[in-house]
Design a protein around this ligand. Structure first.
Ligand SMILES: [Zn+2]
Length: 310
């Protein structure tokens, strides 16, 4: 899904064929009920909760441990979207099928893309290319300083749908931005124990580009040579990746716990390296898991990366 579609979303109110769903979309919310926010992913929902504080009810559509790239919304998902005041998407093509379904269903809620306005990265000269006409890389959230942009987009949107609590949203946003900056400092200090020549990333798909740019890593390749999951690499693609892993001495392939590690394990076996398939970088764990918030998710992943690469 191309990011071009996102151009007409931010700040617009879509009042299309709302009655197509037979729902009371756009019904005024009841006094004291709070703003209803629906975020696409659990990561975005956590960021929204931090900005909204107690003034909104935030839910996410894409369940924990699900792959957002391939998410297909159910009629129930569309009902909860239709009953919300604010819909927060990542954008840059992450929610292709969801975006299409929302546009077909018609909505009254405000829709924002948290990543809108952020420049998409282009692969470095020695990186595998995304391919001709490839989608933009939507994984902005893996750089905490780009999440500051998400926070400001969400803060502005909340102030628009609920101006009565604008001061609270601004204070919450500032507080959370300080925590993101603290996370950024912690990542910088933590990865410093990995020598630069060993900061080499091979992953399931090319998700860690913004992180790599921020913290001095190199994207060596991916099992799916694209910025989305669910591709079908050829035998040639996989043997090229094995050769690259051997040539550069990459010690590990990282896979999101929500993704199938089968192909990565085949590549790793052939290259003689290991797979770490416990990272969480698309969705959070439940409240008792090790990645129950965006901030803990990033620490959880960085600790595993550093341990495997140092
Ligand atoms: Zn991804």
């Amino acid at each position: 899904m191309s990011s071009r579609r996102g151009g007409r979303v931010l700040g617009t109110t879509l009042v299309l064929g709302a009655l197509a769903l037979g729902l009371c979309v756009g019904c005024a919310r009841e006094e004291g009920e709070g703003v209803r926010v629906v975020a696409s992913t659990s990561v975005l929902a956590d960021i929204c909760r931090n900005v909204a504080g107690r003034w909104a009810r935030v839910t996410s559509l894409i369940p924990a441990a699900a792959d957002p790239h391939g998410f297909q919304p159910t009629p129930g998902d569309l009902r909860s979207v239709a009953a919300s005041d604010l819909i927060v998407l990542n954008g840059a093509g992450l929610e292709g099928a969801l975006r299409d379904a929302m546009e077909n269903a018609g909505l009254h809620a405000m829709v924002v893309e948290a990543g809108r306005g952020l420049p998409a990265r282009t692969p470095g000269p020695d990186e595998v290319s995304f391919g001709e006409g490839a989608d933009a890389d939507p994984h902005y959230w893996l750089d905490p300083l780009l999440v500051v942009h998400y926070v400001r987009v969400i803060e502005t949107a909340l102030k628009t749908v609920d101006p009565a609590h604008a001061v609270a949203y601004a204070a919450n946003a500032d507080r959370y931005v300080a925590r993101l900056e603290e996370l950024d400092r912690w990542i910088g200090e933590t990865v410093a124990v990995v020598p630069e020549r060993r900061r080499l990333l091979v992953t399931d798909h090319l998700a860690w580009g913004y992180f790599a740019d921020r913290y001095g890593f190199r994207l060596i390749g991916a099992v799916m040579s694209s910025v989305t999951s669910g591709g079908s690499p050829t035998a040639r693609d996989l043997s090229d990746l094995v050769a690259r892993i051997r040539e550069l001495g990459v010690p590990v392939i990282f896979v999101d716990a929500a993704e199938s590690p089968t192909l990565a394990k085949q590549v790793a076996a052939e290259a003689g390296v290991r797979v770490v398939d416990t990272l969480r970088f698309h969705s959070l764990t439940g409240p008792k898991g090790p990645a129950s918030t965006y901030l803990t998710m990033m620490r959880f992943d960085v600790e595993q990366m550093v341990e495997a690469l140092r």
